[in-house]
Design a protein around this ligand. Structure first.
Ligand code: G3H
Ligand code: ZN
Length: 339
Protein backbone atom coordinates (compact mmCIF):
# COMPACT_ATOMS: atom_id res chain seq x y z
CA UNK A 1 0.00 0.00 0.00
CA UNK A 2 1.26 3.47 -0.80
CA UNK A 3 1.85 5.90 2.04
CA UNK A 4 -1.22 7.88 3.08
CA UNK A 5 -1.45 11.36 4.60
CA UNK A 6 -2.48 11.84 8.21
CA UNK A 7 -5.34 14.18 7.30
CA UNK A 8 -8.03 11.66 6.35
CA UNK A 9 -6.86 9.21 9.00
CA UNK A 10 -7.14 11.73 11.83
CA UNK A 11 -10.50 12.91 10.57
CA UNK A 12 -11.69 9.31 10.52
CA UNK A 13 -10.33 8.85 14.05
CA UNK A 14 -12.14 11.98 15.22
CA UNK A 15 -15.42 10.94 13.63
CA UNK A 16 -15.25 7.36 14.92
CA UNK A 17 -13.81 8.07 18.38
CA UNK A 18 -10.48 6.26 18.19
CA UNK A 19 -6.85 7.39 18.01
CA UNK A 20 -4.09 6.54 15.58
CA UNK A 21 -0.88 5.36 17.24
CA UNK A 22 2.27 7.23 16.22
CA UNK A 23 5.49 5.34 16.87
CA UNK A 24 9.08 6.27 16.16
CA UNK A 25 11.09 4.89 13.24
CA UNK A 26 14.36 4.57 15.14
CA UNK A 27 15.76 1.50 13.42
CA UNK A 28 14.66 -1.27 11.09
CA UNK A 29 13.55 -3.51 13.96
CA UNK A 30 11.27 -0.82 15.40
CA UNK A 31 9.76 -0.07 11.99
CA UNK A 32 9.04 -3.78 11.46
CA UNK A 33 7.61 -4.14 14.97
CA UNK A 34 5.18 -1.27 14.38
CA UNK A 35 3.99 -2.33 10.93
CA UNK A 36 3.66 -6.02 11.83
CA UNK A 37 1.57 -5.14 14.90
CA UNK A 38 -0.58 -2.73 12.87
CA UNK A 39 -1.16 -5.35 10.17
CA UNK A 40 -2.13 -8.04 12.64
CA UNK A 41 -4.52 -5.60 14.33
CA UNK A 42 -5.78 -4.27 10.98
CA UNK A 43 -5.03 -0.76 12.22
CA UNK A 44 -3.80 2.35 10.41
CA UNK A 45 -0.53 3.57 11.86
CA UNK A 46 1.85 6.52 11.84
CA UNK A 47 5.60 6.03 11.71
CA UNK A 48 7.37 9.18 12.69
CA UNK A 49 10.92 10.30 12.18
CA UNK A 50 12.19 12.23 15.18
CA UNK A 51 15.12 14.62 15.41
CA UNK A 52 17.03 11.88 17.22
CA UNK A 53 16.32 9.41 14.40
CA UNK A 54 17.53 11.94 11.83
CA UNK A 55 20.78 12.31 13.78
CA UNK A 56 21.10 8.55 14.30
CA UNK A 57 20.11 7.02 10.95
CA UNK A 58 20.13 10.07 8.68
CA UNK A 59 16.99 11.44 7.04
CA UNK A 60 17.44 9.39 3.89
CA UNK A 61 17.82 6.05 5.70
CA UNK A 62 14.96 6.69 8.15
CA UNK A 63 12.68 7.72 5.28
CA UNK A 64 13.64 4.73 3.16
CA UNK A 65 12.88 2.25 5.96
CA UNK A 66 9.37 3.60 6.40
CA UNK A 67 8.69 3.80 2.68
CA UNK A 68 9.86 0.22 2.13
CA UNK A 69 7.68 -1.15 4.92
CA UNK A 70 4.69 0.93 3.85
CA UNK A 71 4.94 -0.33 0.28
CA UNK A 72 4.65 -3.93 1.53
CA UNK A 73 2.00 -3.24 4.18
CA UNK A 74 -1.68 -3.97 3.82
CA UNK A 75 -2.68 -1.19 6.22
CA UNK A 76 -2.43 2.59 5.78
CA UNK A 77 0.95 3.93 6.93
CA UNK A 78 1.81 7.63 7.38
CA UNK A 79 5.38 8.94 7.18
CA UNK A 80 5.43 11.83 9.64
CA UNK A 81 8.07 14.34 10.73
CA UNK A 82 8.20 14.53 14.53
CA UNK A 83 9.04 17.85 16.23
CA UNK A 84 10.25 19.53 13.05
CA UNK A 85 12.62 22.32 13.94
CA UNK A 86 12.27 24.81 11.08
CA UNK A 87 10.60 25.79 7.83
CA UNK A 88 13.65 24.50 5.96
CA UNK A 89 13.49 21.06 7.57
CA UNK A 90 9.80 20.79 6.70
CA UNK A 91 10.57 21.65 3.06
CA UNK A 92 13.31 19.03 3.06
CA UNK A 93 10.94 16.38 4.42
CA UNK A 94 8.18 17.30 2.00
CA UNK A 95 10.72 16.86 -0.80
CA UNK A 96 11.78 13.52 0.70
CA UNK A 97 8.22 12.21 0.45
CA UNK A 98 6.82 12.68 3.94
CA UNK A 99 3.04 12.49 4.02
CA UNK A 100 2.63 14.44 7.25
CA UNK A 101 4.69 17.29 8.71
CA UNK A 102 5.19 18.92 12.08
CA UNK A 103 6.60 22.16 13.33
CA UNK A 104 7.46 22.46 17.01
CA UNK A 105 7.70 26.16 17.74
CA UNK A 106 7.08 25.71 21.46
CA UNK A 107 10.47 27.15 22.41
CA UNK A 108 9.88 30.29 20.36
CA UNK A 109 7.72 33.33 21.11
CA UNK A 110 4.07 32.68 20.20
CA UNK A 111 4.11 35.17 17.31
CA UNK A 112 7.06 33.36 15.73
CA UNK A 113 5.46 29.95 16.30
CA UNK A 114 2.35 31.23 14.49
CA UNK A 115 4.32 32.80 11.63
CA UNK A 116 6.47 29.73 10.90
CA UNK A 117 3.58 27.26 11.33
CA UNK A 118 1.48 29.34 8.90
CA UNK A 119 4.30 29.47 6.35
CA UNK A 120 4.77 25.67 6.51
CA UNK A 121 1.02 25.11 6.12
CA UNK A 122 0.88 27.43 3.12
CA UNK A 123 3.72 25.51 1.46
CA UNK A 124 2.62 21.96 2.36
CA UNK A 125 -1.06 22.47 1.60
CA UNK A 126 -0.21 23.28 -2.03
CA UNK A 127 0.54 19.58 -2.47
CA UNK A 128 -2.08 18.31 0.00
CA UNK A 129 0.25 17.43 2.88
CA UNK A 130 -1.10 18.14 6.38
CA UNK A 131 0.82 19.87 9.17
CA UNK A 132 0.79 19.38 12.95
CA UNK A 133 1.99 22.19 15.22
CA UNK A 134 2.67 22.45 18.93
CA UNK A 135 0.93 24.85 21.28
CA UNK A 136 1.96 25.23 24.90
CA UNK A 137 4.99 23.09 25.67
CA UNK A 138 5.28 19.41 26.45
CA UNK A 139 8.39 19.33 28.65
CA UNK A 140 11.04 16.64 28.89
CA UNK A 141 11.43 14.69 32.13
CA UNK A 142 15.08 15.81 32.00
CA UNK A 143 13.85 19.40 32.52
CA UNK A 144 13.02 18.35 36.09
CA UNK A 145 15.45 15.61 37.04
CA UNK A 146 18.32 13.46 35.83
CA UNK A 147 18.52 9.73 35.22
CA UNK A 148 20.57 9.02 38.37
CA UNK A 149 17.83 10.54 40.48
CA UNK A 150 15.19 8.65 38.50
CA UNK A 151 17.00 5.39 39.27
CA UNK A 152 16.55 6.12 42.98
CA UNK A 153 12.96 7.37 42.66
CA UNK A 154 11.97 4.21 40.77
CA UNK A 155 12.72 2.15 43.87
CA UNK A 156 9.70 3.77 45.56
CA UNK A 157 6.06 2.68 45.15
CA UNK A 158 4.19 4.00 42.11
CA UNK A 159 2.05 6.32 44.21
CA UNK A 160 5.16 7.74 45.90
CA UNK A 161 6.77 8.27 42.49
CA UNK A 162 3.71 10.21 41.34
CA UNK A 163 3.64 12.24 44.54
CA UNK A 164 7.34 13.09 44.09
CA UNK A 165 6.74 14.13 40.49
CA UNK A 166 3.71 16.24 41.39
CA UNK A 167 5.87 18.16 43.86
CA UNK A 168 8.84 18.44 41.53
CA UNK A 169 7.12 19.17 38.20
CA UNK A 170 3.35 19.54 38.69
CA UNK A 171 3.13 23.35 38.78
CA UNK A 172 5.44 23.82 35.79
CA UNK A 173 3.69 21.20 33.65
CA UNK A 174 0.38 22.93 34.38
CA UNK A 175 1.80 26.35 33.53
CA UNK A 176 3.05 25.02 30.17
CA UNK A 177 -0.32 23.60 29.09
CA UNK A 178 -1.96 24.95 25.94
CA UNK A 179 -4.37 27.83 26.45
CA UNK A 180 -7.77 27.04 24.84
CA UNK A 181 -8.38 30.68 23.86
CA UNK A 182 -4.98 30.77 22.15
CA UNK A 183 -5.72 27.42 20.47
CA UNK A 184 -8.69 28.88 18.63
CA UNK A 185 -6.75 31.83 17.22
CA UNK A 186 -3.62 29.68 16.63
CA UNK A 187 -5.56 27.28 14.43
CA UNK A 188 -7.31 30.10 12.58
CA UNK A 189 -4.14 32.08 11.92
CA UNK A 190 -1.96 29.14 10.91
CA UNK A 191 -4.34 26.72 9.17
CA UNK A 192 -2.73 23.72 10.94
CA UNK A 193 -4.41 20.38 10.41
CA UNK A 194 -3.82 18.95 13.88
CA UNK A 195 -2.76 20.37 17.20
CA UNK A 196 -0.07 18.97 19.49
CA UNK A 197 -1.49 20.73 22.50
CA UNK A 198 0.20 20.39 25.86
CA UNK A 199 -2.38 18.68 28.08
CA UNK A 200 -0.28 17.72 31.07
CA UNK A 201 2.03 15.02 29.74
CA UNK A 202 5.82 14.89 30.05
CA UNK A 203 8.17 13.54 27.36
CA UNK A 204 10.46 10.60 28.05
CA UNK A 205 9.04 9.17 31.30
CA UNK A 206 10.37 5.92 32.76
CA UNK A 207 6.98 4.32 33.45
CA UNK A 208 3.30 4.89 32.70
CA UNK A 209 2.19 6.51 35.93
CA UNK A 210 1.31 10.13 35.12
CA UNK A 211 -2.21 11.47 34.42
CA UNK A 212 -3.40 13.82 31.68
CA UNK A 213 -5.61 16.84 32.31
CA UNK A 214 -9.15 15.92 31.30
CA UNK A 215 -10.44 19.46 31.89
CA UNK A 216 -7.88 20.97 29.48
CA UNK A 217 -8.56 18.38 26.76
CA UNK A 218 -12.29 19.10 27.01
CA UNK A 219 -11.76 22.86 26.83
CA UNK A 220 -9.44 22.50 23.83
CA UNK A 221 -11.90 20.19 22.16
CA UNK A 222 -14.57 22.91 22.45
CA UNK A 223 -12.20 25.64 21.28
CA UNK A 224 -11.13 23.94 18.05
CA UNK A 225 -12.36 21.26 15.68
CA UNK A 226 -8.79 20.21 14.73
CA UNK A 227 -7.72 16.70 15.81
CA UNK A 228 -5.73 16.85 19.05
CA UNK A 229 -2.40 15.03 19.39
CA UNK A 230 -1.04 13.71 22.67
CA UNK A 231 2.76 13.81 22.93
CA UNK A 232 4.83 12.28 25.70
CA UNK A 233 2.40 9.40 26.07
CA UNK A 234 4.85 6.75 27.35
CA UNK A 235 4.50 8.15 30.85
CA UNK A 236 0.73 8.45 30.84
CA UNK A 237 -1.22 6.01 32.99
CA UNK A 238 -3.12 3.86 30.53
CA UNK A 239 -6.37 2.81 32.23
CA UNK A 240 -8.31 3.28 35.50
CA UNK A 241 -7.69 -0.39 36.25
CA UNK A 242 -3.93 0.05 35.90
CA UNK A 243 -4.11 3.18 38.08
CA UNK A 244 -5.87 1.15 40.80
CA UNK A 245 -3.41 -1.73 40.50
CA UNK A 246 -0.52 0.70 40.85
CA UNK A 247 -2.17 2.49 43.77
CA UNK A 248 -2.22 5.79 41.86
CA UNK A 249 -5.04 8.19 42.72
CA UNK A 250 -6.23 10.47 39.98
CA UNK A 251 -7.65 13.87 40.82
CA UNK A 252 -11.14 14.76 39.48
CA UNK A 253 -9.68 16.97 36.73
CA UNK A 254 -7.31 14.19 35.54
CA UNK A 255 -7.73 11.22 33.22
CA UNK A 256 -6.02 8.17 31.75
CA UNK A 257 -4.82 7.70 28.18
CA UNK A 258 -7.81 5.50 27.39
CA UNK A 259 -10.18 8.21 28.64
CA UNK A 260 -8.29 10.92 26.76
CA UNK A 261 -8.96 9.10 23.48
CA UNK A 262 -12.65 8.86 24.33
CA UNK A 263 -12.87 12.63 24.89
CA UNK A 264 -11.05 13.70 21.76
CA UNK A 265 -7.37 12.79 21.42
CA UNK A 266 -6.96 11.47 17.84
CA UNK A 267 -3.21 10.80 17.56
CA UNK A 268 -1.05 9.38 20.35
CA UNK A 269 2.75 9.55 20.21
CA UNK A 270 4.59 6.77 22.05
CA UNK A 271 8.37 6.49 21.85
CA UNK A 272 10.24 5.92 25.13
CA UNK A 273 8.12 2.97 26.26
CA UNK A 274 8.80 1.16 22.99
CA UNK A 275 12.52 1.84 23.26
CA UNK A 276 12.64 0.59 26.86
CA UNK A 277 10.70 -2.61 26.18
CA UNK A 278 12.92 -3.30 23.15
CA UNK A 279 16.06 -2.97 25.29
CA UNK A 280 14.56 -5.18 28.02
CA UNK A 281 13.66 -7.90 25.50
CA UNK A 282 17.12 -7.83 23.95
CA UNK A 283 18.84 -7.80 27.33
CA UNK A 284 16.87 -10.80 28.55
CA UNK A 285 17.81 -12.69 25.39
CA UNK A 286 21.48 -11.85 25.84
CA UNK A 287 21.40 -12.68 29.55
CA UNK A 288 20.04 -16.10 28.61
CA UNK A 289 22.69 -16.66 25.93
CA UNK A 290 25.68 -14.49 26.86
CA UNK A 291 27.90 -16.28 24.33
CA UNK A 292 25.60 -15.55 21.39
CA UNK A 293 27.58 -14.09 18.50
CA UNK A 294 24.67 -13.37 16.12
CA UNK A 295 23.27 -9.92 16.88
CA UNK A 296 20.02 -10.76 15.10
CA UNK A 297 19.24 -13.42 17.69
CA UNK A 298 19.52 -10.79 20.40
CA UNK A 299 17.70 -7.98 18.57
CA UNK A 300 14.77 -10.07 17.41
CA UNK A 301 13.38 -10.73 20.92
CA UNK A 302 13.60 -6.96 21.46
CA UNK A 303 11.65 -6.42 18.26
CA UNK A 304 8.98 -8.93 19.32
CA UNK A 305 8.62 -7.23 22.72
CA UNK A 306 8.25 -3.86 20.97
CA UNK A 307 5.66 -5.34 18.63
CA UNK A 308 3.53 -6.63 21.53
CA UNK A 309 3.64 -3.24 23.26
CA UNK A 310 2.64 -1.48 20.02
CA UNK A 311 -0.23 -3.96 19.69
CA UNK A 312 -1.44 -3.21 23.21
CA UNK A 313 -1.39 0.54 22.51
CA UNK A 314 -3.28 0.07 19.24
CA UNK A 315 -5.95 -1.86 21.15
CA UNK A 316 -6.05 0.74 23.92
CA UNK A 317 -6.64 3.46 21.31
CA UNK A 318 -9.55 1.52 19.76
CA UNK A 319 -7.75 1.45 16.39
CA UNK A 320 -7.92 -2.32 15.80
CA UNK A 321 -10.00 -3.17 12.75
CA UNK A 322 -10.06 0.43 11.50
CA UNK A 323 -7.94 -0.32 8.42
CA UNK A 324 -10.33 -2.69 6.68
CA UNK A 325 -9.15 -5.72 4.73
CA UNK A 326 -5.90 -6.04 2.82
CA UNK A 327 -3.26 -8.44 1.65
CA UNK A 328 0.20 -8.09 3.15
CA UNK A 329 3.47 -8.61 1.30
CA UNK A 330 5.41 -8.46 4.53
CA UNK A 331 7.38 -11.48 5.53
CA UNK A 332 6.86 -11.80 9.27
CA UNK A 333 9.97 -11.69 11.45
CA UNK A 334 10.70 -15.08 12.94
CA UNK A 335 13.74 -16.48 14.68
CA UNK A 336 14.61 -18.53 11.60
CA UNK A 337 15.33 -15.26 9.73
CA UNK A 338 18.27 -14.78 11.98
CA UNK A 339 20.05 -17.89 10.72
O1 G3H B 1 7.05 13.05 19.75
C1 G3H B 1 7.23 11.99 20.36
C2 G3H B 1 6.47 11.64 21.52
O2 G3H B 1 5.85 12.71 22.08
C3 G3H B 1 6.98 10.55 22.38
O3 G3H B 1 7.02 10.81 23.75
O4 G3H B 1 8.81 9.25 24.41
O5 G3H B 1 7.30 10.24 26.08
O6 G3H B 1 6.45 8.54 24.51
P1 G3H B 1 7.43 9.64 24.74
ZN1 ZN C 1 6.66 14.66 21.28
Amino acid sequence: MALVTSKDLLQQAQAEGFAVGAFNANNMECVKAVVEAAEEERAPVILQVSQGAIRYAGLEMATAMVKTMAAQASVPVVLHLDHGTSYEQNVQCLHAGFTSLMFDGSARPLEENIAVSAKICEMAHVVGIPVEAELGKIPLIEDFTNWDEVTEIRKRSHSEQVQWLRERAGAKVEELMADPAQAKSFVESTGVDSLAAAVGSIHGMWDDIWPLRRDRIEELRKATDRPLVCHGSSGVIRTRKEAEEKGIELRPEECTLEEAVKIGICKVNVATAISMVFLKGAKEAWDKKPNEKDLRKILLPGQQAAKELVRSYIRLFGASGKAGEGVSKIEKSEVKHAE
